[in-house]
Design a protein around this ligand. Structure first.
Ligand SMILES: [Zn+2]
Length: 1027
């Protein structure tokens, strides 16, 4: 899935949550659970009480123990305190009715024995008392085994009540592994007038080992009839039990179902079409004649297939599907597979039947749509590629078709494995929260992620091509080979993100996605530098934690690590390893280790050893360089931003350090490699080397400090000639310098001294990086109302970039890189009231109006021109009118951002309300509106108040943990830097309790405010002195 361009915007779900308190420390608590059981992949399941075992993939948690020792200490604390906090609830969930003889039983953390504390002693004494009592019980109850007694007594205590009052026969969030679905026959009858649907689901299953229950998922479905058939026996009615907090249903049997038996469960049900953006949801659009039509579409990832049909809704339960959908004659339907036939029903409705899926697939990839779309198509090596949209927007689909066709061919070759299905549909849905979703054969998109006008700018094309490239990569990474459980989500998302940049760089170099990728890596470093970050692979045990996995670490850090790995392997080895992985696991589920093993097999060097240090520890290293003539010492430590004296972990990374020096610094052949595995290492250089630049083209996920001498040598070199380094290396120096300033390792004077060279800079990446860093500081000063400093900072920025600003043209520009540079520069300039910029923007807008909007504003300048126009009362109203009537969504979004950047408080309030109510402005745009409004001084306090007042409505539309909520919190709080705001934010989120207080993004927000506060306190005197 592609979360969207700038802000993470994803699907919304309204999950019924477990009654347990969701506590952040649950994460670490579960770290101690023993595992290393690969149930997901093995077809043979362990024989010992297997029904008690959930479908748990092998994870790498044991390996965590070898790393980050300091963190373990904290986790042990957490483990104990959380056990106290959660009491019996915790017992129920994790271990209560697992027999003590089972290898899957929770064991005490080994370290607690070596350091007996008072608490441990108490526990030991209690344990002895219990053992003594149990012995006595056993003595008086001959015939019972110890295990049996425990299991029975615990089980009955642990099982929750179903909705009908009977005990529900399962206690875990994850489904039991005893039954496996093989095939689903789905019939859906949506009624777009009443916004309801009925369904008929036939699930064929096999028994993996003896059991007396079938447990599967179902949410918000009203099951009206259920029948069950064993092997060739007669179907009979059965009672379905439901346990809503975990969205599970179950059928209990008196006789044991035996391993190897074949079962068929048939369920009839009815439900409402969802009014949010997940499950089987309804949406509508109005055409240019004002005629409104309704449609229904699906969004299942990660946990919403269960809202459309009862199913085993975990990625490792792959099965085949046959879908049938009824419709009225004015509509068409789409599903993953091509349509097989259409029959007329007695009711007069038509029933479309799709081919049975030729591949096994996970439930989250199933999709269907009922709408009145039109399409254009093209054949690409035996695959029919089509792009669908509402009829009015058909002319905007051409770029997508051309791009998808070219990329499909690229991936067919690159993966050395042809796309698995006979057709591939790309569909633009009018109401869609995520950027796009990779449903197999039926990729759904937000309209702005798929449709581009004939006069679109390169930047719009860049966005659309990126999303298509991402979703197409998923057809292999994610669909063909799928992670076993959401803890390895990066295997899907990190990979698709990496492939998106790699494929575009090769197939569409004119779109200049390299700079986009570089900026993404800088963003990933910023997130991962916080203490609230997490390892790429992390334990996932609750529904909210599943949602939270769709974050910067899975996508952006995942992609960055893959780039680093590829850059450190010679030739085509990375690609060969990937081909081997896809060949070996085609149609199956995997864990991260499987990928490393395939690469190791091809590369003949242990990839796994290196990658573990990047996957299982949060954060990344800071490398400090110190040089004594020919001897260079590199030391590594955890780059952790802290506002207090939080001790850094002693984590070490296995770093493929690359470097170039003044004798050869531009071509790839200049690059030298040094592997740093220990805390420090030395390398030799000729004495006459003047300077050294590490992390060639910034392909490594680390930051470098060159020391005073090293920085000075680099700055001197740049001041003489900026072309001694690649533009990525120059951007990397700027990025690293600002990061070190946040860490307190360099002074702000050193930052300014590096930026002196920037007057001569003309390349996009270094300019946009410097601008974005300076703008961040400017906004912090602005929000603190440090008026004197705000003015000086503004003057500094405009002065540094003045000649470059004045060099920019205002006509059509073809190069994507130049469009990016121009829009970034001019947007900053106009927002800082640069007279030349404001004047030109105003003039362009005037010409646009006078030509009755026939004289186009270049796409990359539209947002800026509309924003300047919307500053005046008259202009704002004009832009609002244009917004209401515009049909081209990319343009519409820019008008919306212009409207949201107003400093008029009445209008700010109006727009916040409009987007929340979905009137005039679609609710899917809420994260974008919030981030735009928060940027302005007037707006940032309003959004903060608005969030507090409307929290319940917000989490109704975007569930706790979702990316939309993450984005809203981040954009609203990230510019606070005072104690008063810190107290407010802390107070508000603490008061939410189960309504969001435990989200990781809350910790991140609090940490960011503390860091801002600390950085401001430290640097305000320096600003006064040096700006
Ligand atoms: Zn994705």
């Amino acid at each position: 899935r592609e979360p969207g361009s700038k802000v993470y915007q994803q699907e919304t779900r309204s999950l019924k949550r477990a009654n347990l308190p969701r506590n952040m420390i649950e994460n670490s608590m579960f770290e101690e659970e023993p595992d290393v059981v690969d149930l997901a992949k093995d077809s043979t399941f362990p024989a010992l009480d297997p029904d008690e075992v959930v479908y748990e993939p092998r994870s790498s948690r044991l390996l965590v123990r070898g790393l980050g020792e300091n963190e373990l200490d904290e986790e042990e604390e957490d483990y104990e305190s959380s056990a106290r906090l959660l009491g019996m609830s915790f017992m129920n969930r994790s271990s209560a009715h697992r027999p003590s003889s089972s290898p899957y039983t929770r064991q005490a953390p080994p370290r607690s024995c070596s350091r007996p504390s008072a608490r441990t002693m108490v526990v030991c004494v209690l344990f002895l008392v219990i053992v003594a009592s149990m012995t006595m019980v056993l003595y008086f109850l001959p015939g019972c085994t110890f295990t049996r007694v425990r299991q029975i007594s615990n089980s009955s205590a642990a099982y929750p009540n179903s909705t009908n009052g009977e005990l529900f026969p399962w206690t875990e969030l994850r489904l039991p592994a005893s039954i496996r679905p093989l095939h689903y026959d789905l019939t859906l009858n949506p009624d777009l007038k009443t916004m309801t649907f009925t369904g008929h689901t036939v699930i064929s299953m096999s028994v993996q080992h003896n059991t007396k229950r079938i447990v599967l998922h179902s949410a918000e479905l009203n099951i009206t009839k259920a029948t069950f058939q064993l092997d060739d026996g007669k179907p009979s009615d059965v009672t379905v039990l439901e346990y809503k907090p975990r969205q599970q249903i179950a059928v209990k049997f008196t006789e044991e179902l035996k391993a190897g038996q074949h079962l068929v469960l048939t369920l009839d049900y009815s439900a409402n079409l969802s009014h949010n953006y997940d499950g089987f949801y309804n949406s509508s659009h109005t055409d240019k004649n004002g005629v409104k039509s309704v449609l229904a579409a699906t969004q299942f990832e990660p946990l919403a297939a269960r809202k459309a049909f009862p199913c085993f809704d975990e990625p490792a339960f792959k099965a085949t599907f046959l879908v049938k959908i009824s419709r009225e004659s004015g509509y068409m339907t789409l599903s993953n597979m091509p349509k097989a036939k259409t029959t007329e029903l007695p009711s007069g409705l038509l029933l479309d039947e799709f081919e049975k899926s030729s591949v096994n697939m996970s439930t989250y990839l199933v999709a269907f749509i009922v709408a009145n779309f039109t399409s254009i198509s093209e054949n690409v090596s035996d695959t029919l590629v089509s792009v669908y949209s509402v009829p009015d927007k058909k002319e905007h689909t051409r770029f997508a078709l051309k791009t998808a066709s070219k990329l499909l061919q690229f991936y067919n070759n690159f993966f050395d494995k042809t796309y698995s299905l006979k057709k591939l549909d790309l569909v633009a849905i009018p109401d869609f929260l995520a950027g796009a979703m990779e449903n197999w054969g039926l990729i759904t998109f937000r309209e702005t992620s798929l449709l581009v006008g004939n006069n679109s700018s390169r930047l719009e094309q860049q966005l659309v091509a990126s999303v298509i490239a991402h979703e197409l990569a998923h057809q292999w990474f994610g669909n063909l080979v799928t992670m076993s459980w959401w803890n390895d989500l990066w295997l899907n998302e990190g990979f698709a993100t990496y492939m998106q940049y790699m494929s575009l760089q090769r197939e569409f170099p004119e779109l200049d996605t390299d700079n986009l990728f570089l900026a993404m890596r800088f963003r990933a470093l910023a997130k991962d530098a916080l203490n609230s970050s997490h390892p790429v692979i992390v334990k996932v045990d609750t529904a909210e934690q599943v949602l939270e996995m769709f974050d910067s670490v899975s996508y952006e850090k995942g992609a960055s690590i893959l780039l680093m790995l590829n850059a450190s392997l010679p030739g085509e080895q990375f690609r060969k390893g990937i081909i081997e992985y896809l060949r070996k696991f085609s149609g199956l589920n995997t864990v991260t280790e499987d990928l490393w093993n395939s690469l190791t097999q091809v590369c003949h060097q242990s990839v796994s050893e290196m990658m573990k240090s990047w996957m299982l520890q949060k954060g990344f290293p800071l490398i400090t360089v110190s040089r004594s003539k020919g001897q260079v010492t590199l030391t590594q430590e955890h780059f952790l931003l802290t506002a207090d004296n939080t001790t850094r972990s002693s984590s070490l990374w296995h770093i493929p350090v690359t470097y170039v020096n003044d004798s050869c610094s531009l071509e790839p052949e200049c690059k030298q490699l040094f592997t740093l595995k220990t805390a420090s290492g030395t390398l030799k250089l000729p004495d006459n080397v003047k300077w050294l630049k590490l992390n060639y083209r910034n392909t490594g996920f680390y930051i470098v400090h060159y020391g005073d001498e090293g920085w000075k040598a680099l700055i001197d070199a740049l001041n003489q000639n900026i072309s001694v380094l690649t533009h990525e290396d120059r951007a990397s120096l700027i990025h690293n310098m600002f990061a070190l300033s946040r860490l307190g390792r360099v002074t702000f004077r050193q930052v300014l001294s590096l930026l002196n060279y920037i007057s001569n800079e003309t390349d996009t990446a270094p300019v946009t990086e410097a601008l974005s860093q300076l703008t961040t500081i400017y906004k912090l000063l602005d929000k603190r109302q440090e008026l004197g400093l705000v003015a000086r900072m503004k003057a500094y920025i405009l002065n540094r970039f003045d000649s470059l600003i004045c060099k920019q043209t205002w006509g059509e520009e073809l190069s994507a890189s130049k469009q990016k540079l121009r829009s970034a520069l001019l947007e900053s300039a106009c927002s800082l009231d640069h007279p030349y910029c404001v004047q030109n923007a105003t003039e362009l807008y005037k010409q646009y109006l006078e030509s009755n909007r026939t004289k186009q504003i270049p796409g990359d300048l539209q947002r800026l021109v509309f924003t300047v126009a919307a500053r005046s009362d008259e202009g704002w109203v004009q832009v609002l009118q244009m917004y209401a009537h515009a049909t081209y969504d990319a343009e519409k979004r820019k008008m919306l951002q212009a409207l949201a950047s107003t400093q008029d408080t009445r209008r700010i309030v109006w727009i916040l309300k409009a987007v929340l109510n979905g009137e005039t402005v679609q609710t899917q745009e809420l994260p974008l509106v919030f981030s735009t409004v928060s940027n302005g001084f007037a707006g940032h306090l309003f959004t903060w108040n608005f969030i507090q007042e409307n929290w319940n409505r917000l989490i109704e539309k975007f569930p706790v943990g979702s990316s939309a909520i993450q984005s809203i919190i981040t954009s609203t709080t990230s510019q606070f830097s005072t104690q008063a705001h810190l107290d407010q934010v802390q107070g508000f989120f603490t008061s939410l309790k189960e309504r969001g207080s435990q989200m990781r993004v809350v910790q991140e927000a609090l940490e960011t405010i503390r860091l801002n506060q600390c950085w401001m306190d430290r640097n305000l005197p320096a600003f006064r002195q040096w700006l």
